[in-house]
Design a binder for this molecule. Structure first.
Ligand code: GRF
Length: 206
């Protein structure tokens, strides 16, 4: 069984959706560990409810990037983590971890990358930017994580229409519902060994 670590900073609705899909047998994996940089993150309640091990890890508690990275690596080793799933995690993953987990760290972004992504583009800001720009279609992108924010190889994308009467909030709710299914789909494909990566293209094998 594939061991997943979820990293999150917030409420954790994507994590709940992933757990439900694991329960239904749609993903052959288990969430072995939850990590957050926020002590009061909603995600910790999920960990307690579901009896999942959790760790608080905050870069500012460490003297150097190296110390922070090695603390993270030893936690990941302790739980035999094979896939890291970022679900609303607002800290950058150190480059040592990215190279050690190359193409084994996933992120979900609430827009169609490469548009409306990059540093500082998270949460409601993304949906505000989508509406301000006037695009008619937005969506969800699940991608592997590399050294740059929101740039790694794209695993899958799903679209969501922007309505004339949308506010950033109404749009974010519709996009979030799509996130909840798309993330589980991508994780299931990974768990089944169906993702093949060549350069920055991700092929889904039948
Ligand atoms: C989601 O919108 C996701 O796209 C973004 O952060 C948000 C996390 O939401 N990366 P939740 O904590 O899973 O509810």
């Amino acid at each position: 069984m594939l061991n997943i670590a979820v990293f999150a900073s917030g409420r954790g609705s994507n994590t709940r959706a992933i757990l439900e899909n694991i329960d239904r047998g749609n993903i052959s994996a288990r969430i072995a560990l939850i990590v957050s940089n926020k002590r009061d993150a909603g995600i910790f309640d999920i960990a307690i409810d579901r009896k999942i091990s959790f760790r608080y890890l905050n870069p500012s508690d460490f003297g150097s990037d190296e110390d922070y990275s090695s603390a993270m690596l030893s936690i990941l080793d302790e739980y035999d983590i094979e896939l890291i799933v970022l679900a609303g995690y607002l800290k950058k993953i150190p480059s040592t971890i990215i190279s050690r987990y190359r193409n084994r760290i996933m992120n979900i972004h609430p827009a169609l990358l490469p548009a409306f992504g990059g540093k500082g583009m998270y949460g409601i800001r993304v949906h505000q930017a989508v509406i301000d720009y006037g695009v008619k279609i937005t969506g969800v992108t699940v991608h592997f994580v590399d050294e740059e924010y929101d740039r790694g190889p794209i695993i899958l994308q799903e679209q969501v229409e922007v309505h004339d009467e949308d506010t950033p909030e109404s749009l974010s709710q519709r996009v979030l519902r799509v996130e909840h299914t798309a993330y589980s789909k991508a994780i299931a494909l990974f768990a089944d060994g169906r993702l093949k990566i060549q350069d920055r293209r991700v092929y889904i094998q039948q």
